[in-house]
Design a protein around this ligand. Structure first.
Ligand code: IVH
Length: 710
């Protein structure tokens, strides 16, 4: 997986067939979930924010074209990643959402016009003012601080937006965060804002890290996240964290009628605000603020990755509400990534779990927008050829506030000539097997399969990863060490579960005496492994690391087949493409021929069956996946059509309200329609509803129906 995800399948959303779109949405769901986990749970993202945004945008574009293919686990339906183990979980009283992104003046214009079309008073009157608060978007991590009676009682990270981690003790060590609110604060007040690190504090911290023999952080954001999410608050205390307050969740009384007023209140309570902020009301105002801030950016003491615009009026914010993961009343205007030039010293090839060959650039270290960079992704062989990147070149490196930067362009080095064009290896650099590149794919793969050590190690890493077996104390680093260990090797999943027995048989507590392990940590590892002898079926299916079977598809399979035995039997039968079993597999929503091929190929492989059987023999229980719970609302799952002019709401507002209650809003009336809501001047749709015997409601009746639920 890892960086190969950047090589988004080459087909433009508009050119995808329906089947391709379904496969692509699955791939994107898997990729985005994977990167969410790297980012939110491990504070170790593998792709740039810009690439991540591109994945999400592609997902959105495909969903817009094929709304019926939107997956229940689509990234558009959720935010971030579930909290990691180690911290107590906190359920947010008000979900912590994310922001949609704008990248251009046109995008901002679109944001403004959506609002104007949503609110009837603005739609009616073009000259009516729409005021917004514009403020810097800080590149840190969001945090919720709950105050009762003016005292800080609980702090939590965002997590997946619904549930975060309890980091109260850590937050108490942050000097910027008041333990007691100044002035006249509401009885209950949940302040939200960003925990961040200034650039100079970040550099100093990295120097200390390196001096202590520890890995430096990739950027201030990771450093802040890694410092806040420490199980030991003393470590957090030693890290220079800061906090800006910019929003709120639960409150016992409103913080004023406008966002601007609320900002001033937050300041009065003792919070630092993110400056410079400004009230703006026209597109020109907005762009003037944008251009000024872009100029000031490099001089600010902290990384910002853009601007946030928020509708100033609170009542409008409430009516505008949310669409899937982001508010309609706010948006982020992202800045372009920062760039610098340096020498390309070497190109290294990494081999992934499914044999994918990913080229990585090794660079002469360079400061890009405040961060030292020495490696960058080169995506895949076509990208290298397209940009004609050669070893020894002077390359332009770009960092979008983050992580693994990318090489955007290459040229001759100063006072030098260029080397030969880069030859992408035709043999696997790890096992020497031939490589293949199927038509239409961007990724070259090693054919060594089970014999390729790199693939075997990556598969094991995947097997123990957080969404699979999630074995505490057995991460990527340990897997690599165990794989090459002579006395106590782990070369297949079952080996993990025989580790303790082998250790004992081998002359007692070998592991405890190994480098990096002690008695206690060895015991902890054995206990963590023991715990996973009971495993959720969907985790097991995902953990197998079958190509294209991400967490989402693994869940579908687990739900559909119920047990490992049923799944295995069905996969045997489905090898015959004429069989009923094959038809059944394809009938599962979101499983197309491509995914089925990869799944069946896995089960057809003798070695995989043996590996699976050996694993199963070690497990005590494979827990079936519980059925999803449904939400109670009288319009949940119902299909609704709005027609004619509504009086009290615009069409987008009505649609949003219906969707928030779990209804599907359709554009035309059919037998499947449950309700047709008619406003003034309703035309043919009302007539059609009558004809088909579909329930017709007027606006008043619709309101009674839905309000009866609220
Ligand atoms: S308001 C529902 N204001 O950006 C609105 N967020 O990409 C929630 N962020 O999760 C956020 N600076 O962590 C807001 N001035 C600002 C911000 C800001 C940074 C972060 C925040 C949010 C993320 C969304």
């Amino acid at each position: 997986m890892a960086m190969t995800d950047i090589a988004t399948a080459a087909i433009a959303p508009d050119d995808l067939t329906e089947e391709e779109a379904a496969a692509e949405l699955e791939r994107l769901a898997t990729a985005i979930a994977y990167h969410d986990a790297r980012y939110h749970q491990e504070d170790a993202p593998e792709i740039s924010d810009a690439d991540y945004d591109a994945l999400r945008q592609r997902n959105g574009a495909i969903e817009a074209r094929f709304p019926h293919l939107v997956r229940t686990d689509s990234p558009s339906q959720n935010v971030g990643a579930a909290p990691s183990a180690g911290f107590a979980k906190v359920r947010h009283a008000v979900p912590m959402l994310s922001l949609a992104n704008c990248f251009s003046r046109e995008d901002v214009e679109g944001f403004l016009s959506t609002i104007r079309n949503f609110l009837s008073e603005l739609k009616r009157d073009e000259s009516a003012a729409l005021e917004l608060v514009a403020e810097p978007k800080i590149d840190g991590l969001s945090c919720s601080l709950l105050y009762r009676g003016g005292k800080l009682v609980r702090a939590a990270t965002r997590g997946d937006g619904q549930e975060g981690e309890d980091v109260t003790e850590n937050v108490r060590t942050i000097a910027d965060i008041p333990h007691t609110l100044a002035g006249d604060a509401p009885e209950v007040l949940e302040v939200r804002g960003e925990v961040y690190m200034t650039r100079s504090d970040f550099f100093a911290l990295n120097e200390r890290q390196t001096a202590a023999g520890q890995k430096p952080f990739a950027n201030p954001r990771n450093a802040a996240a890694g410092s806040l999410r420490q199980l030991d608050p003393a470590i957090t205390k030693s890290r220079p964290l800061r906090f800006f307050g910019y929003a709120w969740g639960e409150t016992s009384e409103p913080l004023g009628e406008t966002q601007w007023e609320a900002r001033q209140k937050l300041k009065d309570f003792g919070f630092t605000l993110n400056e410079p902020a400004r009230l703006v009301s026209t597109l020109d105002d907005i762009m003037a603020y944008h251009d000024e801030l872009l100029d000031e950016r490099a001089g600010l003491p902290f990384d910002i990755d853009g601007i946030v615009y928020k509708v100033n009026r609170r009542d409008w914010q409430q009516r505008l509400g949310f669409v899937s993961r982001a508010p309609r009343w706010a948006t982020a205007h992202k800045f372009p990534p920062e760039q610098a030039k340096t020498l390309l010293e070497k190109i290294d090839i990494q081999v992934g779990r499914t044999g994918s060959l990913t080229p990585v650039a090794h660079l002469a270290p360079i400061n890009v927008g405040g961060v030292m960079v020495s490696r960058a992704t080169l995506h895949n062989e076509d990208e290298i050829a397209r940009k004609d990147i050669r070893v020894g070149d002077l390359v332009t490196v770009q960092r979008a506030g983050d992580v693994i930067p990318q090489v955007v362009k290459a040229e001759a080095p100063p006072h030098g000539t260029r080397g030969e064009p880069y030859q992408f290896p035709q043999k696997c650099p790890v096992c020497g097997s031939d490589t293949v590149r199927p038509e239409g794919e961007a990724i070259r793969r090693c054919t060594g399969g089970l014999t390729c050590e790199a693939q075997a190690v990556e598969r094991l890493k995947h097997f123990v990863s957080r969404d699979a077996f999630d074995i505490e104390g057995l991460g990527a680093k340990q897997i690599e060490a165990f794989y090459n260990d002579e006395t106590l090797p782990i070369r297949s999943p079952a080996d993990i579960f025989t580790l303790a027995a082998r250790d004992e048989a081998n002359g007692l507590m070998k592991l405890a005496n190994k480098m990096g392990w002690g008695k206690k940590s060895a015991e902890n590892l054995f206990a963590a492994i023991e715990e996973r002898r009971r495993i959720g079926f969907e985790r097991l299916v995902f953990g197998l690391g079958i190509r294209q079977i991400g967490q989402a598809t693994a869940k579908l399979l687990a739900r559909h087949y119920g047990t490992l035995e049923t799944l295995s039997t069905a996969m045997d039968a489905a090898q015959d493409r004429e069989s009923e079993a094959y038809a059944e597999l394809l009938s599962i929503d979101q499983i197309g021929a491509g995914v089925a091929d990869d799944l069946l190929a896995f089960f057809a492989e003798e070695h995989n069956r043996k590996t699976l059987a050996a694993l199963e023999a070690q497990l005590v229980e494979i827990i079936p996946l519980a059925a999803p719970t449904t939400t109670a609302s009288p319009v949940y799952g119902k299909t609704v059509v709005f027609t004619g002019t509504l009086e009290t709401m615009t069409r987008p507002e009505a649609k949003a309200q219906a969707e928030a209650l779990g209804a599907k809003v359709a554009g035309s009336v059919s037998k499947k329609t449950d309700y047709v809501v008619v406003g003034a001047d309703a035309g043919s749709k009302a007539a059609k509803a009558q004809e088909l015997g579909v329930t017709v409601l007027n606006e008043e009746e619709w309101k009674t129906l839905v309000n009866g639920t609220a």
